[in-house]
Design a protein around this ligand. Structure first.
Ligand code: SDX
Length: 436
């Protein structure tokens, strides 16, 4: 089968095969690469496409997030991430990603009131935690407890009812901080702290994480602003692995809580959201700048599975715009906390400098991604490394929920069911045990 010919004039791609020439429409979005619509390829030619890892596959239409990997551009509903990180707040971003527009004051106040009054979880949910060992990874707890929400909120699991979808969306966004904070408190043997409706979304989350019954907790506004900005940076990112997992799970009609739990499970992997935890562990292992060349060599060695965690990206072949904001936030937090000469930051910055001047990384267009600096910041704020990906999941729930709603409202969407290139045995007869 020959390569499709992009006849822009005819606005079709032509595929020639033994069965003749077939034309498939080329479609354009508002910005970004065109697509060849191949949904009829198999029925017309008997061929599948083959694209492991979906490097050249668009799985859906979406209006939510746009990434230009070559230019290092990230837009949420058309707004550049650096402007949003600087001027907006996470709950406003949640409204923007969900609805497509920035809210008026009245709209934001209604949304914030609704989210604030969904932040508590059913009291019986507390018992789920005692079933885990104290050293359970917070992501293991998040997978289990978020999935278990399906057992508590039957009045918002009918995905075909827009009202129930709205309630489920708001419940998930509201309860993720509470569940993440409970996972953290459980892991350190401290009592759960309830949400505080007198505080904003992120300040209440920090209080749930760091308040103790024996003292009055005051939120540090600089740290709360930094945490809120980190949530903004992690809110959505087009059709990444965990978002695609949520969409695929939702395509079968599964309830929203189960689908978000599936997204959490996928995000946990070190190649994806788990990279923030892995990146910090890597910086700790490197320990000092003089050991960087040894690790850069390992990262370049084809026979060594080691990779520089927090480096590289399927889409960004330029600096991840979120990493720039994350690095600025890292310096702000360390300054606010009076942390001078943080050795991990010094190793990270030296590693970045060496890697970005190394032919291997230049040729493969490997740049720091969002996970490279986030861990240093979160560690300085008092979070253990094992909580980093849970914080990513908390923020990404907004994107998952927005993408979930968009998929259900898309009339062209149907159950996701890829095919394969079969390379197994041709038919053969069973051989009874006595004859083997
Ligand atoms: C996130 O998709 C998203 O949008 C994800 C995310 C989001 O917000 O949802 O942005 C969040 O997951 C960020 C990525 C976090 N992961 C890491 O930092 C882990 C380290 N990075 C890599 O594992 C890798 O870069 C990936 C997984 C991120 C991307 O993998 P790809 O696109 O499949 O690229 P690849 O593995 O085919 O690598 C291309 C080449 C390979 O060399 P060759 O086989 O071509 O010779 O680059 C090399 C790789 O060996 N390479 C690296 C490297 N990343 C890629 N070499 C050393 N160190 C690295 N980090």
């Amino acid at each position: 089968m020959s390569k499709p010919v992009d006849s822009a004039a005819a606005n079709v791609a032509r595929v020639e095969s033994a069965a003749g020439t077939h034309e498939f429409p080329i479609r354009s979005g508002t910005i970004g690469p065109n697509v060849i619509e191949i949904s009829k390829l198999y029925s017309e030619t008997g061929y599948f496409t083959y694209d492991p890892g979906f490097t050249s596959t668009a799985s859906c239409e979406s209006k939510i997030t746009y990434i230009d990997g070559d230019a290092g551009i990230l837009l949420y509903r058309g707004y550049p991430i650096d402007q949003l990180a600087e001027q907006s707040n996470f709950l406003e971003i949640a409204y923007l990603l969900l609805t497509g527009e920035l809210p008026s004051k009245t709209e934001f106040d209604e949304f914030e009131h609704a989210i604030t009054h969904h932040t508590m979880v059913h009291e019986q949910l507390h018992r789920f935690f005692s079933g885990f060992r104290r050293d359970a990874h917070p992501m293991a707890i998040m997978c289990g407890v978020v999935g278990a929400l399906s057992a508590f909120y039957h009045d918002s699991t009918d995905i075909n009812d827009p009202r129930q979808r709205l309630v489920a969306s708001r419940r998930l966004i509201a309860k993720m901080p509470t569940i993440a904070a409970m996972a953290f408190k459980y892991s350190i043997g401290q009592p759960f702290v309830y949400p505080d409706n007198d505080l904003d979304y992120t300040a209440s989350f920090l209080k749930m994480c760091f308040a103790v019954p024996t003292a009055t907790y005051r939120v540090n506004p600089i740290l709360s602003r930094a945490m809120d900005r980190i949530f903004i940076l992690h809110a959505d990112h087009e059709q990444n692995a965990s978002t695609s997992t949520v969409r695929l799970a939702s395509s079968s009609g599964a309830n929203p809580f189960a689908c978000i739990a599936a997204g959490i499970a996928c995000l946990w992997g070190p190649a994806h959201g788990g990279a923030n935890e892995a990146a910090l562990n890597m910086l700790v292992e490197i320990g000092s700048a003089d050991r960087i060349p040894e690790y850069v060599r390992k990262a370049k060695d084809k026979n060594d599975p080691f990779r520089l965690m927090g480096f590289g990206h399927r889409v960004y072949k330029n600096y991840d715009p979120r990493a720039k904001v994350m690095q600025q936030t890292c310096h702000e937090v360390l300054d606010e906390l009076g942390v001078k000469n943080e050795p991990l930051l010094e190793v990270a910055m030296e590693l970045e400098k060496i890697a970005l001047s190394d032919e291997y990384f230049i040729e493969k267009k490997l740049y720091p991604n969002i996970d490279f600096y986030s861990g240093i910041t979160l560690k300085a704020m008092g979070f253990p490394t094992t909580m980093f990906t849970a914080l990513f999941a908390l923020a990404r729930t907004v994107g998952w929920v927005a993408q979930w709603n968009e998929m259900i409202e898309d009339p062209s969407q149907r159950i996701g069911r890829p095919r394969q290139l079969y390379i197994g045995h041709t038919p053969r007869d069973y051989v009874p045990l006595a004859e083997r």
